[in-house]
Design a protein around this ligand. Structure first.
Ligand code: PHE
Length: 443
């Protein structure tokens, strides 16, 4: 008998925990920074509502019907064996994401410890770039911190659904919500913070003409929600029939988006108040932000809090990715959860070695002119996740019979249900296909 969530709120918080992660803080801040702030935010919101939310509903409905793991759920939903392969592909994808995601999560833990011990503040000012580079260029250190956070995730997943995953999210997610709100209030009271708020919330309409904006916004919507990797299929597998899926999915999508906006309100006002560059790229959270913190009154106290937030948010997402694979191995192969969890942590560590060392020993190894980690990150958000979303849309929209698809997702045959199905059948696949073809350079 497969375990179920203890409470609806436990399920919602665990699912928000999966969605809220490095994507909302580290990635949202720099992608919004590079793509014009307010303009990016509007485009991103439209994609979340029209494509992201319908797909979250679709994933959850496949999962709940299967009431087991991803591979089983795809088998049941597809009513034929070949859809099982899609399930396995997603398990592989989840492990691939985890392998490099845990590397960046490891950086966050390293920075948390450095900020606590004061180590981080020593290389003041200009030298921050050197601190970051010095750390990621080290032969072993990145691997060590990555292993640490992977082991913590392993302990939690080995504990099971109610006692492991649900319990940690019940504690961490409200706490992280409070922390990010507190940080935003702090940033907004800085003199000169208004420019940061305007940057994030006031659109510069001319930027809508840039095609790269749409690619970036869709990729971010997928990554931030955590779509296309069967995380919602897996968490939906533990969901009881009494929880209405559309309402739960809307809460999760709203929570994830709100979290990103509040995190933006914590980061951009501080960046602008001190004249930093909002388009600093992936280095924004690890180089520009610590530099800014040091110049603020109380910044050395805010520092550890910020990096705790980053590490803990990453942890709750890592748990969900790990669970995708652990659930399949336990249910399909009949293995014990607490043993499987460790085997998979080991596999992810090995898979992650090239990413962890991609700025150090392997810095010379470049694909398409970029370090390995950057390549995997781009391949995942621009290709693997959208492809996963496309397959889910085809399965729910075209393979499953209309009335069953609606019933599985708790929709009646009203305009709301038809709108959802229209997005799943037409809007989502076409948008994703266009963006996929473009990212492959075909269009
Ligand atoms: N949504 C997570 C984040 O924002 C990342 C993630 C991607 C989690 C894909 C699960 C699946 O950091």
């Amino acid at each position: 008998m497969v375990e179920q969530w203890k409470s609806r709120s436990g399920f919602i918080l665990a699912t928000i925990g999966a969605a809220v992660g490095l994507g909302n803080i580290w990635r949202f801040a720099y992608v919004a920074g590079e793509n014009g702030g307010g303009v990016f935010l509007i485009t991103y919101l439209i994609f979340v509502i029209l494509i992201g939310l319908p797909l979250v509903i679709a994933e959850l409905s496949i999962g709940r019907r299967g009431a087991s793991d991803t591979v089983t759920a795809f088998e049941v939903a597809g009513d034929g064996t070949h859809w099982r392969v899609v399930g396995w592909i997603m398990v592989g994808g989840a492990l691939l994401i985890l392998s490099y995601y845990s590397v960046i999560a490891g950086w966050a833990v390293r920075y948390f410890v450095g900020a606590l011990s004061g180590d981080l503040w020593q290389d003041a000012g200009e030298k921050y770039g050197a601190y970051f580079e010095g750390f990621i260029a080290n032969d072993f250190e990145p691997l060590l911190w990555q292993a640490l956070i992977l082991i913590v995730s392993g302990v939690i997943v080995a504990g099971g659904i109610q006692k492991g995953i649900e319990r940690i999210n019940l504690v961490l997610m409200p706490l992280l919500g409070l922390i990010v709100l507190g940080l935003a209030v702090f940033s907004l009271t800085l003199p000169g913070s208004g420019a940061g708020v305007r940057f994030l919330l006031a659109p510069d309409w001319s930027a809508f003409g840039r095609p790269s904006l749409y690619l970036a916004a869709l990729g971010q919507a997928f990554f931030s929600l955590g779509l296309g990797m069967a995380v919602f299929v897996t968490y939906g597998g533990y969901l009881s029939a009494s929880t209405r899926i559309p309402g739960a999915a809307a809460t999760v999508a709203a929570g994830d988006t709100l979290f990103a906006i509040v995190a933006g309100l914590a980061i951009f006002p501080a960046v602008f108040a001190l004249g930093g560059d909002p388009a600093a790229g992936p280095r924004l959270a690890f180089v520009v932000f610590p530099q800014i913190l040091l110049q603020l009154p109380g910044g050395t106290i805010i520092g550890p809090v910020f990096f705790f937030l980053l590490s803990a948010a990453a942890l709750t997402s890592m748990i969900s990715l790990l669970e995708v694979a652990v659930a399949c191995a336990t249910h399909r192969m009949g293995l014990a959860r607490n043993q499987v969890a460790w085997v998979i942590v080991g596999i992810v560590l090995v898979l992650g070695v090239p990413s962890a060392l991609s700025y150090g020993v392997l810095a010379e190894v470049k694909l398409l002119g970029q370090p390995i980690l950057d390549n995997i990150d781009q391949a995942v958000s621009n290709f693997v996740l959208p492809l996963g979303g496309l397959l889910v849309a085809v399965l729910v929209g075209w393979r499953i019979e209309r009335s069953r698809a609606l019933a599985d997702a708790d929709f009646r045959d009203t305009w709301l249900g038809s709108t959802w199905l229209w997005s799943i059948r037409v809007l989502a696949p076409i948008t994703i296909a266009v963006i996929l073809l473009r990212s492959l350079g075909v269009m």
